[in-house]
Write a protein that binds this ligand. Structure first.
Ligand code: PHE
Length: 485
């Protein structure tokens, strides 16, 4: 515990490494392991991936530093932190809109994120049962056909009971740790699960690298074909960069607010974004060789991880154990991120209404359960409900896809534009200089990125991404796949 500006005691990370692990835990999650390969596959590979990396370096990293800086200075929930920086800079307190929008976006993401977290729990269970039935030494699902394995996913998401029940279970686990607080709960999860995650990731990637199709993967992921880079693909890559780095939703402002003065935010931000991007690329290098060597489709969308991989585990020796390890690893990564997503609105509510943490967590959790259930049901009983049909880019999409698209393609980039304008042009120069931990040329580069490159590039990508275009046929989303069953 430490004293905050307002004089009250406020929970803090117990050390710099605790913050780093928690922030990496927030960043590394389903975004890297499930969303990145699915998006890269649906958007044509190389051009998307390289543009994504460009977005991380030139836009994501400067914004990440801006967000942690606001939080560390403010030492309060995200909107209150923005108001404190604004007041120290004699600027309007209404800049807090950038964080309030973020709190809302984090809540929306949490709702559908836990649905996917629930799918991960399902597969942990499936592999567990498989080991129980057929022992550990063979491949997974030894006596089942490829069709049977692949049908597991549509069958599960086609069931209202399974999807909503698993969503509730994953949300419940998240809630438990958030209710226990920053140093007691969130830090605990990050400290134990992130190192375990990295060990599992390396083991599985090394194992997969012997499976062949590695060169084809490299070519697929890193061949830059500029003609493929359309507006919507650029926006998708930008949205993916933000989603993966947990930006534009006040998450890093909130985590930054638990950081002590002794931490250098610049080097920490570089470490966080480096680790996050490395994990996304490793996930691609881990998943695509399996997809290619099994002759499966790269554009399977949300089903890529859940449908194609289990099928591939069948052919591996010890496949059921590898499968179990894989989904446990995904579950760990998902939990350290869902905890961050829940913490943002919970911290806001504690500050705003002066309620205790447990109460705040339960109320927010309940809201996320209602919204999440609607998202889960969009794969089955509500599959005909397309709430934003009147907006071209959301046409024909179910509630789950709408929540995902709305947050990654609207809320996150807009939150980031406002953050860049606020830190680049409005916030007091001295305050920013003191907080950011940069010196000399690096400081000037960062400033130029935040002032000019970020807002202009973000606005341009938003415009070209949202302009109606002659759509090439897109990969069917999971809801459509189920309908087709
Ligand atoms: N970055 C997380 C992931 O990649 C998701 C997330 C977004 C977490 C925003 C917190 C805030 O899975």
């Amino acid at each position: 515990m430490a004293l905050s500006q307002s004089g009250s005691t406020r929970d803090h990370w117990s050390s710099r490494s605790a913050f780093i692990l928690a922030a990496i835990g927030s960043a590394v999650g389903l975004g890297n392991l499930w969303r990145f390969p699915a998006e890269a596959g649906a958007n044509g590979g190389g051009a998307f991936v390289l543009f994504y990396i460009g977005c991380v370096v030139l836009i994501g990293l400067p914004i990440l530093l801006s967000e942690t800086l606001i939080g560390r200075h403010g030492q309060a929930s995200a909107p209150e932190s923005v108001r404190r920086v604004a007041s120290a800079s004699r600027a309007s307190p209404h800049w807090d809109i950038l964080a309030s929008m973020g709190v809302l976006a984090a809540f929306l993401i949490l709702s559908f994120y836990c649905v996917v977290g629930g799918w991960v729990l399902y597969y942990i269970g499936v592999f567990f049962v498989d080991i129980f039935n057929s022992g550990i030494s063979g491949g997974a699902f030894t006596d089942q056909s490829a069709e049977q394995i692949e049908s597991l996913f549509p069958t599960m998401i086609g069931s209202a009971g399974w999807t909503v029940g698993l969503d509730a279970l994953f949300l419940g686990i998240t809630l438990y740790f958030v209710a226990r607080g920053v140093s007691g709960g969130i830090e605990f999860v990050a400290k134990w699960l992130m190192p375990a995650f990295f060990v599992l990731l390396i083991l599985i990637t090394v194992y997969g690298a012997f499976g062949g199709a590695f060169n084809q993967t490299l070519e697929y992921l890193f061949t830059f074909e500029p003609e493929k880079l359309t507006g919507p693909i650029m926006l998708a890559a930008l949205g993916q960069a933000f989603f993966s780095l947990s930006l534009g939703v006040a998450g890093m402002i909130t985590y930054g607010s638990y950081v002590g003065r002794n931490v250098n935010l610049a080097s920490t931000s570089a470490l966080i974004s480096g680790a996050d991007t490395a994990v996304a690329l490793i996930a691609g290098l881990c998943i695509f060789p399996i997809v290619f060597s099994a002759g499966l489709s790269v554009s399977a969308g949300p089903g890529l991880m859940f449908q194609t991989l289990p099928h591939a585990f069948q052919e591996m020796p010890f496949g059921s154990v590898v499968g179990l390890a894989f989904f446990v690893m995904v579950g760990f990564a998902a939990l350290t991120s869902s905890v961050a997503l829940l913490e943002v609105p919970v911290a806001w509510m504690i500050d705003k209404f002066r309620v205790v943490r447990v109460f705040s967590a339960i109320i927010v959790g309940f809201g996320a359960l209602v919204l999440g259930a609607l998202a889960a049901l969009s794969f089955n009983v509500l599959s005909d409900w397309h709430p934003l049909d009147f907006i071209p880019i959301f046409e024909g999409q179910g509630f789950f896809d709408v929540l995902d698209g709305l947050t990654a393609k609207f809320f996150m980039p807009i939150g980031a534009i406002l953050t860049a304008l606020f830190i680049g042009w409005v916030a007091d120069r001295k305050l920013v200089d003191i907080e950011n931990g940069l010196g000399g040329a690096l400081h000037l580069t960062w400033l130029a990125l935040v002032r000019f490159v970020c807002p202009i590039a973000l606005a341009a990508i938003l415009v070209v991404g949202l302009l109606p275009e002659e759509e090439p046929a897109e990969a069917p989303d999971a809801a459509e796949q189920v309908e087709a069953e």
